[in-house]
Design a protein around this ligand. Structure first.
Ligand code: ARG
Length: 255
């Protein structure tokens, strides 16, 4: 696993160093974005670099603040706890706005409307109703897909560290289906003739993604919302979506 967890001694040392040098803030340095980079087209690795729609949005926010952007990649269930612990100023990871999370962090205005879908073998084509009760369902840990299985289906999912590892388990016959956000799901089934998004209706939920920040920073929130509004109005956000959807597709095709 090529990422730092919050528990890592190296990060603890880094955090201590930051504390000594500047109270955990990056006033002179970069704006720090925390993410989980297995989620194309929002964040994924191109070589060693983390790129994607969320990175571009955060770069625009950092530019507005007159600073460069630094990106850190952690497990998805560590993204919001790390933000709250002061390890980053921005959390952007295709994070769905919901009531539970609103109690922990403040969210910007949404930048996309989306939802979760079901992937299964075309030969079984699970729809997502009674037909999936008691089936082995793979999800990325800490996500709204995991919540959906627990809360709506009242069962325990099989938890993976990425949508791709859940899909690999599906192909290996270890689970029966995967539930994931639609964009990474579409990316996973590209070039996989035996698998499809088979949920009917297609979306199991309706969700919005937004940038999260630590609570109680109205000025920062206003700046972020201004940047998002400008990206939307200028058509730049659409261009960013098109660019990174194409890049994510190309990566898969190159495999
Ligand atoms: N939208 C879902 C959620 O907020 C999944 C996000 C997963 N993001 C990621 N970068 N792995 O729970």
């Amino acid at each position: 696993m090529n990422k730092t967890t919050v528990k890592s001694p190296m990060l603890a040392a880094l955090a201590a160093a930051t504390l000594i040098s500047g109270c955990g803030k990056s006033d002179s340095g970069a704006v720090r974005m925390i993410t989980e980079a297995t989620f194309p087209p929002y964040e994924f690795r191109e070589g060693t670099e983390v790129v994607g729609i969320d990175v571009e949005i955060c770069k625009a926010i950092a530019a507005e603040l007159g600073k460069p952007l630094a990106v850190e990649d952690v497990e998805f269930d560590s993204v919001l706890p790390s933000l709250i612990a002061g390890k980053a100023e921005l959390a952007a990871a295709g994070i769905t706005v919901n009531e539970d999370r609103k109690k922990m962090v403040d969210f910007s205005d949404p930048y996309v409307e989306t939802g979760i879908v079901l992937i299964s073998a075309k030969s079984v084509a699970y729809k997502g109703g009674d037909d999936i009760k008691g089936k082995r369902i793979g999800v990325q840990n800490g996500t709204t897909s995991a919540d959906y299985v627990v809360e709506k289906l009242q069962q325990e999912p099989e938890r993976f560290d990425s949508p791709a590892s859940a899909f690999a388990a599906l192909k290996a016959g270890k689970i029966d289906l995967v539930i994931a956000d639609v964009d990474p799901a579409e990316n996973l089934i590209k070039g996989e003739p035996d698998y499809a998004i088979t949920s009917e209706p297609r979306f199991l939920t309706s969700e919005c993604y937004a940038i999260a920040i630590k609570k109680g920073q109205p000025e920062l929130l206003a700046t972020i919302n201004k940047v998002i509004a400008e990206l939307k109005e200028s058509g730049k956000l659409d261009a960013i979506f098109a660019e990174f959807k194409a890049k994510a597709d190309a990566l898969v095709d190159a495999d």
